[in-house]
Design a protein around this ligand. Structure first.
Ligand code: ZN
Ligand code: ZN
Length: 138
C-alpha cells in the first residue's frame, strides 16, 4: 500500500495528497522562497508529478524567473492565497511542495541540502548532514 502525505492551505479549501517518499527535500534561501514564505528560508519537498493528487481548479498560478534564471510556476489557493506547490523549468516531472503545508511535516525533517545560502541571514546556520550551496548547483 502506498503511503500518502496529506496537506493543504490555511483556509482548508485546497487539500492534496502526495504518494510515496519525496524525491528530494531542500532548504532554500533564494529571494523567491523568502518572498513566498515571508521568512528566511523555504522548505521544498519534491514528489513525482504522477504521485500527486490535487484539485487544479481551486488553484491560481503565477510564473516568475528564479534566482537561477529559469522559470518557476507557482500554484496557490485562490481563496486564502497560501502558496502550496510549484513546478521548476529544470525538473518538470517533479512537483514541489511548501514543506510547512503538510499536516504531518515530520517526514521531511532530514533535508539533504540547503541552497542559495548566499542570501540567508548571517544568524541562520543549519546543523547535521546537510550539504550547503551558495547558489543552485547545476
Ligand atoms: Zn485556502
Ligand atoms: Zn528558493
Amino acid at each position: 500500500m502506498t503511503e500518502f502525505h496529506e496537506g493543504g492551505c490555511v483556509c482548508g479549501r485546497v487539500r492534496y495528497k502526495a504518494g510515496g517518499d519525496p524525491q528530494r527535500v531542500s532548504l532554500c534561501s533564494c529571494t523567491w522562497c523568502q518572498k513566498r514564505t515571508g521568512s528566511a528560508l523555504g522548505i521544498s519537498v519534491y514528489f513525482l508529478k504522477e504521485d500527486v493528487e490535487i484539485d487544479e481548479s481551486l488553484l491560481g498560478t503565477h510564473r516568475l524567473m528564479s534566482d537561477a534564471g529559469r522559470w518557476i510556476e507557482q500554484e496557490f489557493c485562490t481563496h486564502c492565497g497560501t502558496a502550496l506547490t510549484w513546478t521548476l523549468e529544470f525538473r518538470p516531472d517533479y512537483r514541489g511542495f511548501a514543506g510547512g503545508t503538510f499536516d504531518q511535516p515530520t517526514f521531511w525533517y532530514k533535508p539533504e541540502r540547503y541552497v542559495f545560502t548566499r542570501s540567508k541571514p548571517d544568524w541562520l546556520t543549519v546543523t547535521g548532514n546537510i550539504e550547503t550551496c551558495e547558489a543552485m548547483p547545476e
